[in-house]
Design a protein around this ligand. Structure first.
Ligand code: ZN
Length: 365
C-alpha cells in the first residue's frame, strides 16, 4: 500500500531514437515524452485523504484514478466517506470501489449485511467492489479453520454481484514468493513487504492454506459464477509465470487483471525472456489494466515530495512498457531491464481503455 517502489534510474539512450525497421514506423510507438499527454488510468491507487491536490496533479499529467477501498488500515467507513465525497465532486476523474468488513462473519445475517453494504457503495457512486486477501489468509471460523472465498456464506454475495454485473476486484492469495523464505524471494519489494508484515508471510505459517489452496478457492468462485465481472488484482496472484497466467486467461474468457505492485515480476521474467513477456502482453492486450498500488493519505503532508515520488513510479512503469530504454531496477538487485516497447495501440488499452471498459462502462448500477 505504501509507495516503497523501485528506485530505478532511466537512461535515455540512443535506443529511443533508433531507426525503426521498414515495417515499424515511429508513430506506431510512444516515446518517453508522450507520457504526460497520453490519457491514463491508475486502476489501483489508494486515495485515502480529502486533500484534492493529488487528484489535480494526476489530472495535470492525464491520469485518472480507480481507488479501491480495502478492509485494512484506515477504517472502511472513513475510506468510504472520503471516496464518496471525491466522487461527487470529481465524477469524471475519480472512481472508487467499495468493500465490506468480515467482522461479523459468524452471524446468520452476515451475507445480507454485506449485500446491503454493496448496495450502499454503488448508490454512492462506486464502480465496483474489492474483496481482499484477509478472506483466505486471516479470517477464521468457529473451529479455528481458515475461511476461504469459496465458503458457502459468500455465495449469496457473489450471486448478487453477478446478477447486477457489479465489477469485482479480487485480491485473493498472494505472490508465490509469500510461501518462500525471504532470501529465496525473487523481488526486493516482496522481501520488504513480508519482512514488515510477518503475519501475511505464509512461509512462517505452515498450517495455513497453501498457495494452491488460495488459487483453487478463487477459481472455484469464478467457475460457479461464470457471469461475474471480475478482475484479479496483482496479476491474479499468478505473477510468477506468464504461462500460468495465460492458462488462467484462457480458462476464464473475459476476465481481467491489474498490474499493480507486480510490474517487478514482469521485469524479472523479461530478464530471461524479453520477447516472451512482450508477446504475452500483446496477446492479452484486452485483459490487462495498469495500476500502481501506490497511495496517498493524510500523512502525506509534503505535497511536492509526494508528487515527485508518484511521478517517478508512473514514469518508470511507462518507460518499461512503452519504450526500449533500459531501467536499473533496485528491486532486482540493480539489474538492467530493457523496456518492452509495446505498440501504441496496446499501451492505450493497458493504460486506460481496459479500465474504462471494466470499471466505467460496467458501473451503470
Ligand atoms: Zn492495493
Amino acid at each position: 500500500m505504501s509507495i516503497q517502489r523501485n528506485t530505478c534510474l532511466w537512461l535515455i539512450g540512443a535506443m529511443i531514437f533508433q531507426i525503426m525497421g521498414c515495417t515499424e514506423k515511429n508513430t506506431d510507438f510512444y516515446t518517453v515524452e508522450d507520457f504526460v499527454k497520453v490519457p491514463k488510468i491508475d486502476a489501483h491507487f489508494h486515495y485515502n485523504t480529502n486533500d484534492i491536490r493529488f487528484l489535480e496533479y494526476a489530472d495535470s499529467i492525464n491520469f485518472r484514478f480507480v481507488s479501491p477501498n480495502v478492509d485494512a488500515g484506515m477504517s472502511i467507513d472513513r475510506q468510504f466517506e472520503i471516496s464518496a465525497a471525491i466522487k461527487q465532486n470529481h465524477p469524471e476523474k475519480f472512481f472508487f470501489l467499495g468493500t465490506f468488513s468480515v467482522d461479523n462473519f459468524g452471524e446468520p445475517w452476515f451475507s445480507d449485511s454485506v449485500i446491503e453494504r454493496i448496495k450502499e457503495s454503488m448508490k454512492a457512486g462506486a464502480s465496483g467492489v474489492k474483496v481482499w486477501k484477509n478472506i483466505g489468509m486471516e479470517l477464521k471460523g468457529p473451529g479455528d479453520e481458515f475461511i476461504m472465498i469459496d465458503n458457502p456464506v459468500f455465495e449469496p454475495v457473489f450471486s448478487y454481484l453477478e446478477l447486477h454485473k457489479i465489477p469485482v476486484l479480487g485480491h485473493l492469495g498472494e505472490p508465490l514468493n509469500c510461501w518462500l523464505p525471504l532470501e529465496e524471494m525473487t523481488l526486493g519489494y516482496d522481501r520488504r513487504y513480508f519482512a514488515e508484515n510477518p503475519r501475511y508471510h505464509m512461509f512462517l505459517h505452515p498450517t495455513a492454506p497453501s498457495y494452491e489452496d488460495q488459487i483453487k478457492a478463487r477459481n472455484n468462485v469464478l467457475e460457479q459464477h461464470s457471469g461475474l465481472v471480475f478482475a484479479g488484482a496483482h496479476l491474479a496472484s499468478l505473477e510468477w509465470s506468464m504461462d500460468e497466467l495465460a492458462r488462467w486467461f484462457d480458462s476464464f474468457p473475459g476476465l481481467k487483471v491489474d498490474l499493480s505492485a507486480r510490474m517487478g515480476h514482469l521485469q524479472y521474467q523479461s530478464l530471461t525472456d524479453h520477447e516472451g513477456v512482450r508477446n504475452f502482453l500483446i496477446r492479452y492486450q484486452d485483459r490487462i489494466m495498469y495500476g500502481s498500488d501506490t497511495a496517498v493519505s493524510d500523512l502525506d503532508t509534503d505535497y511536492r515530495g509526494k508528487t515527485i515520488e508518484l511521478h517517478q513510479v508512473w514514469l518508470e512503469d511507462w518507460i518499461y512498457m512503452a519504450t526500449d530504454s533500459t531501467l536499473i531496477v533496485a528491486d532486482l538487485d540493480r539489474r538492467h531491464v530493457r523496456g518492452l516497447k509495446l505498440p501504441r495501440t496496446v499501451i492505450d488499452k493497458i493504460f486506460h481503455k481496459n479500465a474504462e471498459d471494466f470499471f466505467i462502462t460496467n458501473s451503470s448500477y
